[in-house]
Structures are given as C-alpha cells and as structure tokens.
Design a protein around this ligand. Sequence first.
Ligand code: PMP
Length: 353
Amino acid sequence: MRPAVAGMSAYVVADASGLIKLDAMENPYTLPEELRNDWAGQLRTVEINRYPDPAANSLKALMRDKLALPEQAGLILGNGSDEIIQMLALALGGEGRTFMSLEPAFVMYRMIALMNGMQYVSLDLRSDDFSIDMAATLSLIETQQPAVVFIANPNNPTGNIHTLDELRQIARVVPGVLVIDEAYAPFTDMTAMPLLQEYPHVLIMRTVSKMGLAGLRLGYLLGGHAWINELDKVRLPYNINVLSQQAAGFALMHREVFDRQAQRIRADRQAMYESLKAIEQIEVWPSEANFLLFRAPEGMGATIHAALKQQGVLIKSLSGGHPYLQDCLRVTIGTAEENQQFLSALQVSIGQL
Ligand code: PMP
C-alpha cells in the first residue's frame, strides 16, 4: 500500500468563475490575436490519425535552437515539468530511496515523492528571507544520502533565488542527482546552466508554462547524457502529443512575443512590489518570479483573502502550507488592469481591518 498523500487538493485551482484569478501561476498573457490564425492554420495540417514522433526530434531541435540550450547537454521532454518530476521519482525511487527538498517548496515535490513510494525529507529555508542554511543543508545531505535533491530557483512560493555558488556547494555533496527547477526562468537573469558543464549529475528542469503556454503541457530537462538516457527508459513513448509538438514549435518561432510579455511582467512586478512595500500593515518579499509573496497582519491572512474574494479578486492563501507562511498570500502579476484592481481591493480590505 502506498502512503496517503495529504493536501493533494492544494494543487487544484478553485473554479471561481467571475473572479479575477490571480492565484493560478500561469502567465496572464497568451498568443496575441494576430498570430492565432497562423497558429490555427498550422494545427490544421497536423496528422491527428498518426502517433506522434515518440522522440519529438524536430521539436527538440527547434528548442535547442530557439531557446539557446547548451549543445552538449542531453534533453528529455515531459508532459509538463510535473511529469519530469514523476519520471525522476520513478527512475530513482525504490526501497529506502530518499527525495529531498528545501521548504517551503513547490508542493508537487513531496506529493510525487510519496506517490512513488519514496521517503521525502526536507529542511527549512531561513524563516526571514528564505535563503539556504548551508551548513544544515550540507549536513542533512550527508546523513540522508538522497537519491534526488530538488531545488526550485527562483523558489515557489517564496520567489527568491539562491546563488550559483550555493548550488555548486550542494552539487558537490549530493550523491544522486541535483535538479535545479528553473520553472520561473523567464522572469529572472539567474540560471544554473554553467553547472551543467561542471557536474554530470546536475540536471536543469524548465517549462514553457510560465511563458504563457501552460495549457500545452511541455516541460524539459537538460543534463548529462548518461542520466538523460536512463530517464528516457521510464518515459512513456508518446508523452508529447502531436498538437503540443506542433503548437510548441509554432510558439518557439515567435519567441520574441513571449519574451516581451515576460519583460512586461518583470516591470509590473517591480511596480507591484513597490506598491505593496508602501502599505505599512503588510510585509512583502522581493521576487524573481511572476508572483509576489506578502504577509498580512498577524491572524488576518484569512480575513484579507476573503475580503479580496468578496471584491472579485482571488489570490492564493498559503496559511497552513508551512509554518513560515502563516498569514501569507501570493499574488501573481496579471495584466495592468488586474494588478490595479488587486491593489485597490487590497487597500479596501486593509481599511476594513
Ligand atoms: N516547478 C515549479 C517550481 C512550479 O511552480 C511549477 C508549476 N507551478 C512546476 C514546476 C510545474 O510546471 P508545469 O506546468 O511544467 O508542470
């Protein structure tokens, strides 16, 4: 019997039609209207009666080119990066195998580890700025000997980044693989790509979800060929369907559109950060992702969340997810109009306290 996984519903975004959903973590922008016709035209040519190319070779070649992926690295695709986490747990799991992460972390790490019968261990990041307690982390790795260590950089749900040097120190002691999850890469200049040349057991995971293509379900993992080839053995042959292969290829041909959207989100994030910082009653953390984490006055997290919802704005409440996140809320940067609506609703909610 597999252990029950508590909190599974945490990943399901509530269906709250009519609300501005600033709790879903995708990008509010998508394919602009003027490209939609061309896109639909390309999809019309897809031979839906045939199985997809199981290795998705044309898409992979295009990704290497358009996303400037390191030539030497192996590449494997997943049906979202969630599926890649699962492939890693499937390939590396087994009796007594440990999956390790630093918390607060992306909830799927723990869930997928447990669903696959792995032991999940975690260490808390520092409570004030969510940075890594390096001595404690190195020592836990030493004692636990994890088969896989996952670190999101930027981290979700905190939005902060860890330095290349910190990740390198961790890479040196990890006995299995170290996966750096760069899901939020479009919103930061930070990347651990240089570590790929230094350590064959460092893998970098990315996704097109935050570019504005969350519905495509396309994640990818880069790393040493030896590791990637092993992981390919647990990948289901047609995990990237023909429509996704075609649509992702089309989107990549228009990469500049998505880059512009990410730049706009980065600028709006800065403006939103400053607006939140100016509100005396709340604490906000700097972020390199497409969301901001902030803390409501003590005991008021649920009240603020409800007051926002009442005004038609749904953001994510993180209270209960981790002891450090008491009264914390996470808002995803939306369109300019949504951001403004959120800020006005927040002012009203705080005024009602
Ligand atoms: N990693 C992190 C850190 C995430 O926040 C998310 C999704 N929010 C994912 C991975 C999964 O992304 P995908 O849509 O590619 O499954």
